[in-house]
Design a protein around this ligand. Structure first.
Ligand code: BGC
Length: 350
C-alpha cells in the first residue's frame, strides 16, 4: 500500500473508533443502549402492561432495559434508581411513587450525563427532560361530564387518588372544572371529597362507607380516581346492598372494571391505550440516548420550570362503547370480559 493511502486509512479508523466510544449507538457492537426503568409499583393491572410493552419496544430498537419496581417505597425507589445510574445507563425513565421525592435523582442523573423521562406521572421541582403521559385532567373532565349526564342533580362523592401522585391532583382538577358550576348553582352537593393514600381500594371503600353513614345512604353518584379505588367503592356498596344502584366511575379500563360495566356496578371507566404511551417513551428514550430529535406536543410547569411533554388523549368507555374501544384495540379479549356466554343486550340500567 502506498504511504498517503495507508495514512488516510489509519486516520479514518481512529476517527471511527473515537465516535464509537463517545456515542455508542444502538447497533454498536461495543455497547448497547441501556435504559433504566424505575417503577413505583406493579400493583395495579396496568403497570405490568406498561413494563412489558416498554421493554418490547426498547428491545426492538436494540436497547437493553434495567427494571426495578419499588412497591410504593420512596427510599427504595431512590436507591434503586441510584443503583441503575451506578451500573451505567444512557437514559432514566421514572414512574415516581412520590412526585417530589424523586427530584434528587434527576439531579444525580444529570451529573452523570443521563437524561430523565417522567413516565405517566410528573416529577415535581426537578429539571425533568421530558414528561410522557395521558392528559389526566381530561380524564377527570370526561368522568364528570359523563356523570352529570346521568345525574344532573344530587349528592356526589369524589374518591381521589394518592396525594403523593401528581396525577391525583390533575384528575381532581379536571373533575372540579366540570362540577364546580353545578356545585355553585346548588344542583350538586359534594358530600365527600378525599384523597386516597396509596390508591388503596380498602381506603376508598372506607371513604364510601363513611359517606353512606353521613348521608344515611343518600348518595347519587361516585367518581373515583381509578378503577382500583372504584373496586373498593363497589365492595362497600355491596355491603350496603347498593351495588349497581349508585353509578360509579373510574379510570384505567382494568379487566375487573370492564366486567363491572357489564354487570352494571360501574358505569364508566376511562381507557388509556398503554401501548401508545410505552412505545412513545421507549422510542424517545432511544432517541435521547443517540442524541436524536424527538417530538413533544405540550409544555407543563412542574414547579422547577417548563417541561416538554407528550400527552396522549384518554378515551371514555361505557358498556355500550367497550366493543369499539378496548375490545377493538385488543386491550381486553371479549372472552375474558364476558366469559364463554355473551349477553345480547345491555340489561336495564346501562
Ligand atoms: C395512574 C393511574 C393508576 C394510578 C395508581 C396513576 O398515576 O395514572 O393509571 O391507576 O396511578 O397506580
Amino acid at each position: 500500500m502506498r504511504k498517503p493511502v495507508a495514512l488516510l486509512l489509519l486516520l479514518a479508523m481512529t476517527l471511527l473508533s473515537a465516535c464509537a466510544t463517545q456515542n455508542p449507538g444502538a447497533n454498536s457492537p461495543q455497547r448497547r443502549i441501556r435504559i433504566g426503568f424505575s417503577m413505583d409499583t406493579l400493583a395495579e393491572e396496568r403497570w405490568q402492561r406498561d413494563r412489558d410493552l416498554f421493554v418490547a419496544r426498547a428491545r426492538e430498537l436494540g436497547a437493553e432495559v434495567l427494571i426495578q419496581a419499588a412497591a410504593g417505597d420512596d427510599d427504595l425507589q431512590l436507591s434503586q434508581a441510584e443503583n441503575m445510574l451506578r451500573r451505567g445507563i444512557d437514559v432514566l425513565v421514572i414512574v415516581p411513587h412520590n412526585a417530589r421525592a424523586m427530584a434528587p435523582v434527576v439531579t444525580k442523573a444529570h451529573e452523570a450525563g443521563v437524561k430523565v423521562i417522567a413516565y405517566d406521572r410528573l416529577i415535581l421541582d426537578a429539571d425533568v427532560d421530558l414528561y410522557v403521559s395521558f392528559d389526566s385532567e381530561r380524564v377527570g373532565e370526561l368522568q364528570a361530564q359523563d356523570m352529570l349526564r346521568r345525574v344532573p342533580k344530587g349528592n356526589y362523592v369524589y374518591v381521589g387518588g394518592a396525594p403523593t401522585d401528581n396525577n391525583a391532583s390533575l384528575l381532581r382538577a379536571g373533575v372540579m372544572k366540570v362540577l364546580q358550576p353545578h356545585i355553585d348553582r346548588g344542583d350538586i352537593r359534594l358530600v365527600s371529597d378525599q384523597f386516597t393514600p396509596e390508591w388503596l381500594p380498602e381506603r376508598a371503600g372506607g371513604q364510601m362507607a363513611e359517606a353512606l353513614t353521613k348521608t344515611q345512604g343518600k348518595i347519587d353518584a361516585v367518581i373515583c380516581a381509578n378503577d382500583g379505588t372504584a373496586g373498593g367503592v363497589v365492595q362497600a356498596l355491596y355491603q350496603h346492598g347498593l351495588a349497581g344502584r349508585i353509578p360509579v366511575a373510574g379510570q384505567d379500563a382494568d379487566l375487573a372494571a370492564v366486567r363491572r360495566l357489564v354487570d352494571g356496578t360501574q358505569v364508566l371507566t376511562v381507557y388509556k391505550p398503554i401501548r401508545l404511551l410505552a412505545t412513545k417513551a421507549a422510542e424517545t428514550a432511544v432517541a435521547m440516548a443517540t442524541g436524536k430529535e424527538y417530538v413533544t406536543n405540550h409544555t407543563v410547569n412542574n414547579g422547577y420550570g417548563k417541561v416538554g411533554a407528550f400527552l396522549l388523549p384518554p378515551v371514555p368507555v361505557t358498556f355500550r362503547t367497550m366493543r369499539e374501544t378496548v375490545i377493538k384495540d385488543g386491550f381486553h379479549q371479549e372472552s375474558d370480559i364476558f366469559g364463554p356466554a355473551k349477553p345480547d343486550q345491555p340489561s336495564d340500567g346501562h
